[in-house]
Design a protein around this ligand. Structure first.
Ligand code: AMP
Ligand code: MG
Length: 480
């Protein structure tokens, strides 16, 4: 059975200096581990063809389908505050773009496809299976939670070992994104003062993501607004991205690069998981500020191509950036208002929410379970000292009494507060089992995470439990 994919590769039509063309490097023994059938459908692809040996060969990078134009994208980036003028796809290749069933353009990328012109010296361009499964599980969970995100189409095992601190089985992830263009893509050209490329990139990105945006300034404003909405959604789920470098900030406003990311169990605003984030730069509560910093980097790139004289361009870019904190605040308040069942806005709402979060931190309350338990009146059980919650509950009830109509509060709370999130220890257990050859826990986890707002049943209830002392994951890794 042959796999037919109708590619339309707009990025590959940009000039040569945007990328380096090359085919993926073949692997020893491809084996399909997970295939996302819902996404296959959305993309208008043929599941049977993808599962056939020819299809699996494509997903592993052992065959290049007709119409694909594999290339490594060039980008730069600020990593932990330091600038690298050349990063680029060092272990990923864009196969090409397709138009999905709803008419949207989607990138199809292989992650872990072998060395490229951008690979760091001595690196292998590969990925261990763990990070592949991790990204599959967590990105699909994000999607089901209603957060803009790159998607996972397939995970394959390569039949090869990848050497890190010890050998691991290798994997390739097929990632789908509305594009893989990052703040770092703009930085790549800005660092070279290549204004012609910046203009082409701006035009490309506007056509692709923000057709309403006018010029470079319009684009900047649109990205600022999209990123403000995104980070507010992360905050509302207790999500910590972990490596918010500018090369991991997508222009589309999708969550990208699920490395050492994690959902918090018990709530503390300063939580950090990433093993490489020694100073807590990307801690939970720092995420809005860091995003502002990343967007300032984007603004300084776009300054080179904003219409008008230098002074007015600077003033306009600065003004756009200064809007960001308030955009985040408003989006954040909107997200958390929903989480406590409010449909109207009052001035004191942000304080009411902040007060709950402060009590949750003091009471070591589980982030996800506390909000979910607002629906059935058991939230106080999540607190070390339940009396700390009771005082807040009185204020909450008073506030709810001022909503114009009660409606079905329980349903509303359940629709805003997931029961099931990809808890770290569950993700780790699923990966451990997969590395022993048992894919069932990963497949079960993926299935449950596709319906995060449903009431758990006997099978899925264990997924709602916080980790025991033995299960707790202290550190997460990039897995590069
Ligand atoms: P990331 O940690 O995914 O944000 O990647 C940062 C940079 O390191 C990107 O340029 C990657 O392509 C590159 N990189 C990460 N892992 C590898 C690897 N195993 N081989 C080659 N390049 C890598
Ligand atoms: Mg990255």
């Amino acid at each position: 059975m042959t796999l037919a994919i109708a590619f339309d590769n707009s990025y590959a039509r940009l000039p040569d200096r945007f990328y380096v063309r090359q085919p993926p490097v073949a692997v020893a023994q491809p084996e399909l581990l997970l295939l996302n059938l819902a996404l296959v459908e959305e993309l208008g692809l043929d599941a049977a063809a993808l599962q056939s040996p020819d299809g699996v060969a494509v997903l592993a990078g052992n065959a290049v389908p007709a119409g694909a134009d594999p290339l490594a994208q060039a980008y730069a980036g600020h990593q932990f505050g330091g600038f690298s003028p050349v990063l680029g796809d060092g272990r990923a290749l864009l196969l090409g773009e397709i138009i999905d069933r709803s008419g949207k353009r989607r990138d199809i990328q292989l992650k872990g496809a072998g060395r490229t012109a951008f690979s760091r010296p001595g690196s292998d361009g590969r990925s261990p299976l763990g990070p592949v499964l991790r990204e599959f599980i967590v990105s699909e969970a994000m999607y089901a939670l209603g957060v803009p995100t790159t998607r996972a189409l397939a995970a394959v095992a390569t039949g090869e070992q990848v050497r890190r601190e010890r050998p691991y089985p290798g994997g390739v992830l097929t990632r789908v994104a509305s594009s893989h263009i990052r703040v770092g893509t703009f930085e790549f050209f800005a660092a070279r003062r290549d204004t012609e490329a910046l203009k082409l990139l701006t035009t490309h990105v506007i056509a692709r993501h923000y057709p309403e945006a006018e010029g470079a300034l319009g684009l900047l404003k649109a990205v600022i607004a999209a990123q403000a909405r995104l980070v507010a959604q992360w905050m509302g789920l207790g999500f910590i991205h972990g490596v918010m470098n500018t090369d991991n900030t997508a222009i589309s406003g999708e969550t990208i690069d699920f490395g050492p990311c994690a959902f918090m169990d018990s709530f503390h605003p300063a939580t950090v998981y990433s093993s490489i984030d020694h100073h807590g730069r990307y801690a939970y509560d720092k995420q809005p500020d860091i995003l502002m910093w990343n967007l300032a980097k984007l603004a300084s790139c776009l300054l080179l191509v904003i219409d008008g004289d230098e002074d007015s361009a600077l003033a306009e870019a600065q003004a756009a950036l200064n809007e960001f904190p308030e955009l985040v605040r408003n989006a954040w308040t909107g997200v958390f208002r929903r989480k406590i069942g409010l449909r109207t806005a009052e001035d004191g709402d942000a304080d009411l929410i902040g007060d709950l979060l402060a009590r949750m931190a003091a009471g070591e309350a589980d982030f996800t379970n506390t909000f979910r338990a607002l629906a059935d009146g058991t939230a106080r059980d999540q607190f070390l000292d339940p009396a700390g919650f009771d005082a807040w509950e009185t204020a909450w009830q008073d506030r709810l009494a001022r909503e114009p109509e009660a409606g079905d509060l329980e349903q509303r709370l359940k629709a805003a507060n997931p029961a099931i999130i990809p808890r770290n220890h569950r993700v780790e257990q699923a990966i451990e089992a997969a590395m022993e050859g048992n894919l069932d826990p990963a497949a079960r986890l993926v299935r449950a995470l596709a319906r995060p707002f449903d009431d758990p049943d006997a099978d899925t209830r264990p997924l709602t439990f916080p980790p025991t002392e033995d299960e707790r994951v202290q550190r997460t890794f990039c897995g590069t």
